[in-house]
Design a protein around this ligand. Structure first.
Ligand code: 5AD
Length: 358
């Protein structure tokens, strides 16, 4: 049991030095009352820095072609059982039209990491989306060379998601054979330099991961001052080497998310789709423990099941309705924020820098 959780959180919140032992001890807390203090603290931090709005992002998974080797992911190149697809521009634009019609002002264009991918085609798509819909565009397409991500930025892309997955190099190498941790870091740096709003994040509950590693991850996310931070549980996929592994726990994911909120303060943080797969209540609980964003899936039905990062991913993701989303938000005394949901860290954006007082 970790008795002094509140004073530790106060010290972290006030900008005290972040030491991994303290963070790891908080994450190891099993005691119910202490966990509740953590969740409530994260909720107050979220309220102070982000307000009570829940921001929506519409995601279109436009291709599951992937050259990656991520051992935990069902899209990895060795999964020959998976039928691969690429959506055409017309189809992607139709999905964007659909999400825009639901007042959602960010589209996340996500795909596997496909090295044969046509960057010029994608650039044209980005400018077409910008011209037609005028909404924010977030890219989530993996590591790409500087010139390519610069081209997309010039064409109108606003944001980019690239999770570090784990900030521990050895663990990263074990999880991603043949991939390069340095290249990951380099890409994140390039993205920032180019003026993207950058999101990163981690997976919780991977085989061999410790609370100390998670503590280091939180420090990594803080030090890089990411605009967006995603923390989701590991979920096994039947056609991967991790098929028999246990899923990450909802509790550990919530604790990590909550602590990351206290530490990173004004990053946009989603209640991840993966959390909803473990347990739909936990997905709601995350919104009361630090999260302020929901990703809504607008991938066409015809291919949705093929974007199988982990088992059970598209279960329960029925047709989106503004009404039920608004009702869900009202149920936890929040509301849906239909604004663009830009970074609060972006230059020129006023910050709500209230210190959480208790
Ligand atoms: N469980 C949870 N998250 C996963 N991802 C990939 N595979 C899994 C899995 N088995 C996440 C990674 C990746 C994002 C697209 O999906 O964090 O960045």
């Amino acid at each position: 049991m970790f008795n002094d959780i509140e004073s530790k959180l106060n010290s972290i919140s006030e900008g005290g030095s972040l030491d991994r032992e303290t963070l790891a001890a908080i994450l190891s807390t099993e005691d119910g009352a202490s966990k509740n203090i953590l969740y409530r603290y994260a909720d107050k931090t979220r309220a102070a820095h982000m307000g009570d709005g829940i921001t929506l992002r519409g995601i279109v998974e436009f291709s599951n072609v992937c050259a990656g080797t991520c051992v935990y992911c069902g899209l990895n190149r060795y999964n020959t059982k998976l039928k691969r697809y690429d959506l055409e521009s017309e189809r992607i634009l139709a999905s964007v039209a659909e999400l825009a019609a639901h007042k959602i002002k960010t589209v996340v264009l996500q795909s596997g990491e496909n090295h044969t991918f046509d960057g010029i085609w994608f650039g044209e798509l980005i400018s077409e989306i910008k011209d037609k819909f005028g909404i924010r565009i977030t890219l989530s397409v993996g590591e790409k060379p500087y010139d390519v991500i610069k081209h997309w930025k010039d064409k109108g892309a606003d944001r980019y998601l690239l999770k570090i997955e784990t900030s521990n190099k050895n663990f990263y190498d074990y999880l991603h054979p043949g991939m390069s941790f340095e290249n990951r870091l380099r890409t994140l740096k390039d993205l920032k330099e180019l003026g993207y709003q950058v999101g990163s994040g981690i997976i919780v509950g991977l085989f061999g991961q410790t609370t100390k590693m998670l503590a280091d991850d939180i420090i990594f996310l803080k030090e890089n001052d990411f605009d967006m931070v995603a923390i989701g549980p590991f979920i096994p996929h039947v056609n991967t080497d991790c098929a028999g592994h246990r899923a990450g726990s909802a509790e550990m994911t919530l604790k990590t998310l909550a602590l990351a909120r206290v530490v990173t303060k004004n990053a946009h943080m989603p209640s991840t789709t993966a959390l909803g797969v473990i347990d739909s209540e936990t997905k709601i609980k995350a919104l009361s423990s630090g999260a302020n964003v929901i990703m809504v899936n607008f991938t066409p039905e015809r291919v949705k099941d093929l974007y199988s990062i982990y088992d059970g991913k598209s279960a329960g993701s029925g047709k989106f309705s503004n009404y039920s989303m608004e009702k869900m938000a009202a149920g936890i005394k929040r509301h849906i924020d239909y604004s663009e949901g830009d970074s609060l860290k972006a230059p020129g954006v006023e910050r709500v820098d209230t210190i959480v007082k208790r």
